[in-house]
Design a protein around this ligand. Sequence first.
Ligand SMILES: Cc1cc2nc3c(=O)[nH]c(=O)nc-3n(C[C@H](O)[C@H](O)[C@H](O)COP(=O)(O)OP(=O)(O)OC[C@H]3O[C@@H](n4cnc5c(N)ncnc54)[C@H](O)[C@@H]3O)c2cc1C
Length: 488
Amino acid sequence: MPPHVVIIGGGLAGLAAAAGLAGRSGLTVTLCESRPRWGGRASSFLDQTTGESVDNCQHVALGCCTNFRHFCDLVGIGEFFQRESELAFIDGAGKISRMAAAPLPAPLHLAPAFAGFGFLSWRDKIRLAWGLRALARLRTPAPTGQSFLDWLRQHHQTPATIERFWHVVLVSALSETLDRIDIGHARKVFVDGFLAHRAGWEVWVPTAPLDDLYGTRLADWLTARQVTLRLQAGARRVVFNTDPASTQAESSRAVGIELRSGEVLSADEVILAVPQNLVLPLLPAEWQSHPALSGIQRLETAPISSVHLWFDRPITHLRHATFVDRLSQWLFNRSAIHTRTLESAPATTTTAANPPETHYYQVVISASREVLARDPAETIAAVVNELAGVWPVVREAKLCHSRLVTEHKAVVSMLPGVDELRPRQQSPIPNLQLAGDWTQTGWPGTMEGAVRSGYLAAENVLRRCGLPASLIQPDLPVARLSKWLLGL
Ligand SMILES: Cc1cc2nc3c(=O)[nH]c(=O)nc-3n(C[C@H](O)[C@H](O)[C@H](O)COP(=O)(O)OP(=O)(O)OC[C@H]3O[C@@H](n4cnc5c(N)ncnc54)[C@H](O)[C@@H]3O)c2cc1C
């Protein structure tokens, strides 16, 4: 009998692990997901008022997310992403500063765009350039507990650069405030995104609902490669050999999983790809306190909110915008971006509340603790008011429908020292792998981190089954000038 691999959790980590194992002769693979849909935190829901499939929140990837992009191409959904090579920053006065790469090699390609930022003075820009260089050249690990905000202050960054540049970039990338960010993770965002390669910063936006991508299309791809897919199949626990006659090695092997229905699936290899707070309850008490696993319960999370707005007319021709000095952080013009639905997906319906002329926008607020403390109607009103300050047409437009969605545990916070708490994919249980954006990947909690973790877990399983293969993709190559100027 070929080894049976059971993957628990159908978010991007579990899906990437399944994709990495799919179609390999000599393995059978089962993927179990507790919810009635795939995609985990990157999924959609049906908005009852408009009848539209609405993403829980806009998800974007960057050019430096090489594994995520490989995964999308592998499973045939890469064409449903649009590369955006120009960003619009809108400052407190409503002035737009555009960011696009100049025809210069990295790390100079964005220098003219940064020089044109209307929301920073020349003094700020010089400090910013100096700060970016110091960050890139940082070699020694930061003193334990030092936050990125401390580092910025020590490196003479002005309040304007901190609020209008460092915060704006990092709150979107890591969903945390600067005082709660590890220096190493902050450095990674700027090095991989802005300094190492010309394409690292480019934004990849899905042009179809996430449910279509990670649900319909991906499920078809996995099924065609003999992966058994089971929705509404939540695991209750990982089963171990409890025969008193078994050796210690035998009793520390997982032999299967028990579903909440009571059904038991036997397994030779298990990949646990559930969120960090749900891992330990699936394991016996003696494993929960193992030093390699016990740090999991100290991981903290940050919320992300999205405000969904349907207006009766267009409010801007921009496809997306980044805000400076506002509660709103990003605006996505979903009607302009969302151009494609898969043939296999059910057509979205048009209801009375959703006449063809409605225009759908989504505003993202990361690290949204402030939003959690407010009444939702107050947040929606504050966001609409901010948009009206930039585009006066909003005052005349009719807001046909709106809703606020907050994911309370959206991502693990990259607090100073967080990597000491993140376990590797190979758990201390030999035939049990961990996957998820919260595991040790070198990346923060992102789609790239989730896919990397799934690939790493799948590589471990393949190695253990005598079918070694490499799944992890290389980073974008570092430009020669970046090596020379910044020592990258
Ligand atoms: C609002 C929001 C916005 C975001 N924006 C971005 C972005 O723009 N770019 C980006 O890169 N990342 C973004 N992220 C982060 C990204 O969504 C996550 O990093 C990624 O989806 C995590 O995937 P995962 O598989 O590790 O975990 P999850 O997606 O949480 O998947 C875990 C799965 O396990 C299932 N499960 C749990 N318990 C069981 C059980 N007992 N049995 C079976 N199944 C179980 C869950 O239902 C879930 O489907 C965002 C996240 C949120 C919440």
